[in-house]
Design a protein around this ligand. Structure first.
Ligand code: PLP
Length: 314
């Protein structure tokens, strides 16, 4: 009887991962035990939505990937153009119509030692998985509950590293409390962002507020898409500034943004109703404007996955 590899667990049929130049069955995909991504979270990631076979906000995610890698002096594993090709090939091999494409770049494997090695060869990992669109749309229709947690993360949250334990703890706290997301509160009582989303409120006066960019939050690609979509509409009642938890409790509407959910209404914070306790009109409109904007951008710039060459790249 042949023993199955210990990491081989059942996964949804036919999933393929890309690891360091090879497309391999997801269940058999692995990195070296000394990989610095595993040892030190010395590693950057991105998550892009795929809708109707199209990559959403692709350039924004690649821009941020390059920024994060540059901040840690990790080499891009390949140029942007070949990277785009691997992204599309991973989507194609997974027959992904609606889902998430995950990219991770680590500093590669080295004998375990804290200082960054003088030279390195990055490891590139890519996986793809379908999402349940109906579940996301139900969340958009019903709205989500949020609870708060202290922001105990490090001082460079603008770098999208895989060092996510504080986020994982906050999200677990939220799920245990029956909420979908945790909003993180800094030492001065201001909301920084969600555990895996950016946080927004609409004040009683109808002003849209989201925290300004700084090393304390991740520059969300969806956040930027929303701001761009609203600018196109000539909507300028927007303040990029820190807001307090008290302001959030008193908000007329609140929502979160992320690649995986787009714009999702928040209907309660720490068990207190936001506004009427139902998704608000402004949030619905902002979602529609962002979705149209992102789809139009994806259609005009990128090659749709279904038009891709059917020949394997490697
Ligand atoms: N903030 C944090 C901490 C995140 O982890 C994420 C997404 O993973 C976001 C914000 C939203 O970013 P994006 O819109 O690029 O998905």
């Amino acid at each position: 009887m042949s023993a199955a590899p210990v990491h081989a667990r059942p996964v949804p049929g036919g999933r393929i991962a890309y690891v360091d130049g090879r497309y391999v069955p997801h269940a058999a995909a692995s990195v070296h035990v000394e990989d610095r991504g595993l040892q030190f979270a010395d590693s950057i990631y991105e998550v892009c939505a795929v809708l109707d076979g199209r990559l959403m906000d692709e350039e924004g995610h690649l821009d941020r990937l390059e920024r994060s890698l540059a901040a840690l002096a990790i080499n891009m594993p390949m140029g942007r153009q070949p990277l785009r090709a691997v992204m599309r090939e991973t989507i194609r091999r997974n027959r992904l119509k609606n889902g998430m494409l995950y990219l991770q770049v680590t500093r590669g494997s080295h004998k375990r030692d804290h200082p960054m090695p003088a030279a390195h060869r990055s490891t590139l990992i890519m996986t793809a998985r379908p999402i349940n669109i109906a579940a996301v749309e139900k969340r958009r229709l019903d709205g989500i509950a949020v609870v708060t947690a202290p922001d105990i993360r490090w001082g460079r949250c603008d770098i999208k590293t895989t060092g996510l334990l504080a986020n994982v703890m906050a999200k677990t706290h939220a799920r245990k409390a029956g909420a979908f997301e945790a909003w993180l509160i800094d030492g001065h009582g201001f909301v920084t962002e969600g555990a895996s989303t950016n946080a927004w409120i609409v004040t009683e006066e109808g002003v849209l507020v989201t925290r300004h960019l700084s090393p304390n939050i991740l520059a969300g690609v969806t956040r930027l898409g929303v701001l761009n979509a609203l600018a196109l509409e000539g909507f300028n009642a927007i303040e990029e500034r820190a807001f307090t938890l008290e302001e959030a409790y008193a908000a007329r509407e609140a929502f979160v943004t992320s690649a995986s959910g787009g714009v999702l209404p928040v209907i309660s914070i720490d068990g207190r109703r936001v506004g009427e306790g139902a998704p608000g009109a402004a949030t619905r409109r902002i979602h529609r404007l962002y979705a149209e904007f992102a789809r139009a951008a994806a259609e005009s710039s990128a090659v749709c996955a279904s038009q891709l060459q059917q020949r394997p790249i490697l």
